[in-house]
Design a binder for this molecule. Structure first.
Ligand code: IMP
Length: 424
């Protein structure tokens, strides 16, 4: 067992950072394969909170190599900051971080376009980190790649081209096109810090795999934000599902041994778009406060709701999930009754999976389960959990059709129940 993929099974923010961090202890490489600084991994280590946006969550362990794969869009300023954070903690030895030459670079021009769009009628509630426009440039084959950092003249030419390409959009959105010189200067100012870590990550990963080393592929966002399989157009602009782990890392599907999906014990989403089990008013607010549900990247309050089994079944299918990690079970402590959305009704029909179109029109079908009042954070085995918490987890496993191999019962690394080792 050498290669494990971890993906979000909902709308992101499922607590992947903590699970990846824990499994990274036994990994030789942790790889980000998509997205960029729209993600935010909050780690709590010894009571201290650390947030990373680009480097993988394994960064705080001494052992694994941290790989930023070809599928990523990298904001050079954020990367420089995170490398400095790792250096300050004595965790940045040579070869520790490897950045793909093929990954794309996010510039001020992309930030500008993302921000302007979000002020207009087609806003979808992005993180305004320039992610969508950068992936657009990638698909238009005019994008800046990390490899270009080593060729300043070429990079300046490319920046001039993309600033011109965006000019009509920027003007139509009421903005001022940026100076190509300033955009290129800002990128090149980061080059010396980043270039020592740049290389062919695909080759490095294959060599590691051939050597029997353990590779952990860390997804960002979640299945329902996937460009193809999510709630389009209220999605991010990359493939965040397990297929994206292959295209975004350069490993092939037959190289993946297991896929672990992360789900909270309830549901959250940031940004606009359909959310069938959303709780409005005081109930939603109570869950938001109990779970500390505010975005790690933007600080936005997250929308909160009950657990949605059609979403989990969809995630199990499109990612080929072998198992679940079920997080934030502790947040549900103290609720009298818990609701589980077991199916939807759409146009008078009961359906078990999210429809390809029309999710905003479904009515959730709920099943109620009794809650528990006990604190679950000290539990280190399923047997130590209150009977109602155990019953809740068992019902979810049954309805989702996959086992929960990990239960997270609190924010700290230690507050975890590991029923099955995903590296088994
Ligand atoms: P973008 O990725 O910034 O373009 O945003 C597109 C959608 O994805 C918006 O609804 C964002 O709120 C959402 N999104 C992007 N990254 C994350 C994440 O890491 N967690 C949760 N939502 C995210």
């Amino acid at each position: 067992m050498t290669t494990l993929v971890i993906v979000g099974a909902q709308w992101g923010d499922e607590g992947k950072g903590k699970i990846v961090d824990r499994l990274a202890e036994e990994a030789d490489a942790v790889v980000r394969f998509g997205g960029g600084a729209n993600a935010g991994h909050t780690l709590v280590v010894g009571g201290e909170k650390v947030v990373f946006h680009l480097v993988p969550s394994g960064a705080l362990h001494a052992r694994p190599r941290c790989v930023l794969g070809p599928g990523m869009v990298i904001d050079p300023k954020v990367l420089v900051k995170e490398l400095a954070e790792m250096r300050a903690r004595g965790l940045l030895s040579e070869g520790r971080v490897l950045v793909s030459e093929r990954a794309h670079l996010v510039t001020e021009a992309h930030f500008l376009v993302d921000g302007l769009r979000e002020q207009g009628p087609n806003a979808i509630g992005t993180t305004k980190r320039g992610i969508g426009p950068t992936y657009q440039d990638r698909a238009a084959r005019r994008g800046l790649r990390v490899a270009d950092l080593a060729h300043p003249d070429l990079l300046r030419e490319k920046v001039a081209g993309l600033v011109e390409a965006w000019r009509p959009s920027v003007e139509a959105l009421g903005g001022e096109p940026p100076s190509a010189i300033q955009v290129a200067d800002a990128v090149l100012a980061c080059a010396d810090e980043i270039l020592p870590f740049v290389g062919d990550t695909t080759d490095a990963l294959h060599r590691m795999r051939e050597d029997g080393q353990r590779i952990l592929l860390e997804g960002a966002q979640g299945t329902m934000l996937d460009l193809d399989h999510g709630t389009y157009p209220f999605v991010t602009s990359s493939s965040v599902t397990a297929g994206g782990a292959c295209t975004g890392s350069g490993l092939g599907p037959t190289h993946i041994d297991r896929v672990l999906g992360i789900s909270k014990a309830y549901t959250t989403r940031v940004g606009d778009g359909p959310f069938p089990t959303e709780m409005h008013g005081a109930d939603g607010e109570a869950l938001r406060q109990a779970g500390g549900e505010f975005g790690a990247t933007t600080g936005r309050p997250r929308r909160c709701g009950w657990l949605d089994l059609p979403v989990l079944r969809h995630a199990a299918r499109v990612n080929g999930l072998s198992e679940l990690a079920f997080t934030k079970l502790d947040v549900l402590s103290g609720m009298d009754t818990l609701k589980l959305c077991v199916a939807y009704e759409l146009d008078g029909r009961r359906i078990e999976h999210p429809p390809s179109v029309g999710l905003e029109r479904v009515t959730p079908v709920f099943e109620e389960l009794p809650g528990w009042t006990e604190d679950v954070t000290a539990g280190r085995s399923v047997e130590e959990l209150p009977a109602n918490a155990r019953a809740y987890v068992e019902r979810v496993e049954q309805l989702a059709g996959i086992p929960a191999s990990i239960l997270s019962v609190g924010p700290d690394r230690a507050e975890t129940i590991e029923r099955l080792d995903p590296w088994r």
